[in-house]
Design a binder for this molecule. Sequence first.
Ligand code: 13P
Ligand code: SF4
Length: 349
Amino acid sequence: MVAGNMRAELARHYDLEPSLKAAEATAEIHARLARVMPFADWARHAPYVLAINRLKRDRNAVILAHNYMTPDIFHGVADVVGDSLQLAIKASEVEADVIVQGGVHFMAETSKILNPSKTVLMPDMEAGCSLAESITPEGIAEMRARYPGAPVVSYVNTTAAVKAASDVCCTSSNAAQIVAAMESDTVIMTPDQYLAQNVARQVPQKRVVWWAGACIVHERFTAGDLREFRQYQPDTVIIAHPECTPDVVNEADFSGSTSGIIDYVSKHRPAKAMLVTECSMASNIADALPEVEFVGPCNMCPYMKMITLEKILWSLHTMTTAVEVDPGVAEGARRAVQRMIDLSLKAAK
Ligand code: 13P
Ligand code: SF4
């Protein structure tokens, strides 16, 4: 649907004009993002937030939102927020009829795989991921031929078909645990070469080999940039996502999944923090941590940013577009994702 047509059609059903009255009615939500969005700006978002939250009740729907969603989505309409692992676990537990995925396509597929009887809606089917696009089941077969007998650990940032061709999945929060739990000395990790190299350092007892994919958001950060930044702001605590290169992770004070990053900053509350990851991360936690000044560069994920309040409203209004996964593929993918969840929960005990 062309943006202009979508807007016109939605305006026939909902009052979506900027409204101070709507902003006042949702002032409690605005208080959670006031540091990053002036009240006048919130007046543009509030009508959408009210319409979506009403429609969610009518449709018996929940919104699962990744930590990279913009603050209006993260604080305004999400029922569950989290990193990839947390969202996958929550998706498997959803009792509502409909899941709207605030995130990218592989996340919606994972929700469908784990809870197949639910309608899983993707507000924009084009919201992909450079990692998921970098590998196919043929690539997995190629790696298996190159390293016979070695298990394949695939990042959840992959298509259902790639998951089905893998032995087990991992996310950034459990990758080292999953690799360590493999019985073989050699472990194949796909498709993120940098996550694999970072894990290889954490699990020296394994020989980790990898596929050469990369995240277009995280590979742009350089260790040189971080060193230069530290020269001028030496008191900054630097926290990097493990999709960054090992050089960048080396320069950081801490590395972890998106929720790991949030937990670390919330616990340590440094005066200055640089989150070497997607830009919405700092925006989403800025109000909860007023004593922390977020400094330095961040990069936007063009795919995550395709998800907007308008598209979420359209998705719930029209009940499109539902994500479907071939049942045979889903069964194989479910085995790999469930094995990951079981190993993570076992390690957490
Ligand atoms: P997390 O699992 O850390 O949330 O990462 C997902 C992702 O796509 C990061 O780029
Ligand atoms: Fe994919 Fe990188 Fe965007 Fe995460 S940030 S969804 S890994 S492109």
